[in-house]
Ligand binder design. Structure first.
Ligand code: PGA
Length: 249
């Protein structure tokens, strides 16, 4: 049985001084929950987040990292720095990073390899834009992103990767994919992983859906057979909504 994983991507929201409050208000539901709960605040909030979450079942994730260990890379953050704070997850290749910050499939692969090597759990984001969905090439786009993300990763290591299927047209738009649309792509991602490795590996990989997941639609999405959790943006900033999503598992 795959465990379910609910992760909150706070994006560029909340200051360090606001971090503990939000974490404290989701603790009652996160502690003892039937799923793993992760919050992913900005880099400057990670220290406060790790401290606030220390005595709870909430894990902390970063929203990005660099694939080099150290050196002259102004503005970048290494896996070791994240581990030093107590961070255990890292989002890699979010569509906003791909769209606005030039993140490539090759960079996503390098970061995923580094995260795995260091023992961080990568949440690798894939997703098609609206034109691609309308052109009927969604499966090709996602298969290609998945194959490139898993390049040079062993089957054993691959089971530690979390994939988040996030159709770009559904992110922050309030326009969620239907349960069927989300399920068919997540099932296809699992089939792609099975093709790259084998069925056991594919069955072990956690595949989340993300894109306008909220308190009202979470339950149905989370009960689709190939959807093992959610990567939640906007609704993860509201403790009440995020708590409902955790409880929906
Ligand atoms: P959203 O964001 O829930 O606000 O659509 C999801 C994401 O970008 O991970």
């Amino acid at each position: 049985m795959r465990k379910k994983l609910i992760a909150g991507n706070w994006k560029m929201n909340k200051a360090p001084s606001e971090t503990a409050d939000l974490i404290n208000s989701i603790k009652p539901v996160a502690n003892g929950a039937k799923c793993e709960v992760v919050v992913c605040p900005t880099f400057v909030c990670l220290d406060a987040a790790c401290e606030a979450a220390a005595d709870s079942d909430i894990a902390v994730g970063a929203q990005n990292m660099y694939f080099e260990d150290k050196g002259a890379y102004t503005g970048e953050i290494s896996a070791n720095m994240l581990l030093d704070l107590g961070v255990t997850y890292v989002i890699i290749g979010h569509s906003e990073r791909r769209q606005y910050f030039g993140e490539t499939d090759e960079g996503v692969n390098k970061k995923t390899i580094k995260a795995l090597e260091k023992g961080l759990i990568p949440i690798v984001c894939v997703g098609e834009v609206l034109q691609e969905r309308e052109a009927g090439v969604t499966f090709d786009i996602i298969r290609n992103q998945v194959k490139k993300a898993f390049k040079d990763i062993s089957a054993k290591a691959a089971t530690n990767v979390v994939i988040a299927y996030e159709p770009v047209w559904a992110i922050g738009t309030g326009k969620t994919a239907t349960n069927e649309q989300a399920e068919e792509v997540c099932a296809d991602i699992r089939a792609t992983i099975s093709g790259l490795y084998d069925e056991d590996t594919a069955n072990a990989v956690i595949i989340q859906y993300g894109g306008s997941v909220n308190a009202a639609n979470a339950k149905e999405l989370l009960h689709m057979p190939n959807i093992d959790g959610a990567l939640v943006g906007g609704a993860s900033l509201k403790a009440d909504d995020f708590s409902v999503i955790i409880k929906a598992v």
